[in-house]
Design a protein around this ligand. Structure first.
Ligand SMILES: Nc1ncnc2c1ncn2[C@@H]1O[C@H](COP(=O)(O)OP(=O)(O)OP(=O)(O)O)[C@@H](O)[C@H]1O
Ligand SMILES: [Mg+2]
Length: 251
């Protein structure tokens, strides 16, 4: 996925300015920056929630900016949100099954309306896929618990499993470690590695520097809408421009 000179203004406010950013397939790429730097705005642009004011978004060799969100999901870009958005009264597995709708409603299941045995097969396929996704984040044992009963850290993992249910090629995570304790952070790290092993590329928007430094292959840094640095985590941690803009406040 590549962003080429992406800008976004809201009224008079310049939220993002001419950002170039590449996410390499098979990697965990992190996007960091202080509050209000424009990180969520970039995810919103990549996933089609906002059109960019200028620039283009390319994925797998095609220009995708301007496409509606559902088409971007069908191309394999799926995101989670900064604030938890689960159906808390539904079970853990039902929440993940909701994430299957992008492929389960596709044409191949239409004949199921006329054929009871194929309805059962389709449901079984969705159920099995949802269980596999729960396994990725180590939540299979809670499949039938109400989602609202899970502690915060597991709710964040459940959101990732639900996003993975859509079979993404690129998973975009908006601050998955926010509010996690040390133990939960380690479980998150394991889940990120399982997702990567399952063949999904990750763009990780995060404030949590220890996590970013330990899992990322490449780090992009933005500040007040502009890209200020990129590089491998070890170099980014020592880059004086980054330390001044960001790490100095957080470490
Ligand atoms: N829909 C919107 N309308 C107007 N201004 C917006 C909108 N979305 C974002 N902004 C502004 O754009 C700037 C970047 O916001 P954004 O949410 O992308 O930052 P962020 O890096 O995700 O910050 P945080 O770490 O706090 O989540 C901020 O000044 C924000 O107030
Ligand atoms: Mg944000």
């Amino acid at each position: 996925m590549q962003l080429e000179k992406i800008s976004k203004t809201f009224g008079g406010l310049r939220a993002v300015h001419q950002v170039n950013l590449a996410v390499k397939e098979g990697n965990i790429t992190a996007l960091i920056g202080p509050n209000g730097a424009g990180k969520t705005t970039l995810i919103n642009i990549i996933t089609g929630l906002y059109p960019p004011s200028e620039g283009s978004v390319r994925f797998a060799g095609q220009k995708i900016d301007g496409l509606p969100t559902h088409q971007i999901v069908e191309k394999g870009l799926v995101r989670t949100f900064q604030l938890t958005r689960l159906f808390k009264g539904m079970s853990v597995i039902e929440n993940v099954m909701v994430g299957c709708h992008s492929w389960a409603r596709a044409g191949r299941f239409i004949p199921t309306i006329l054929n009871r045995s194929s309805v059962i097969r389709a449901e079984a396929e969705i159920h099995e896929h949802a269980r596999d996704m729960l396994d990725l984040v180590n939540l299979k044992k809670y499949a039938h618990e109400p989602a609202g009963n899970l502690p915060h850290g597991q709710q964040r993992l459940l959101e990732m499993a639900r996003a993975m249910a859509a079979k993404p090629r690129l998973l975009l995570l908006d601050e998955p470690a926010a509010g996690l304790n040390h133990y939960e952070e380690d479980r998150l790290k394991e889940s990120l590695q399982s997702i990567l092993r399952a063949g999904t590329t990750i763009l990780l928007v995060e404030h949590h520097m220890r996590l970013v430094m330990s899992v990322s292959d490449w780090v992009h840094v933005i500040d007040v809408g502009c890209k200020i640095a990129e590089g491998p985590p070890k170099e980014i941690g020592k880059n004086p421009v980054v330390v001044k803009a960001y790490l100095g406040k957080e470490y």
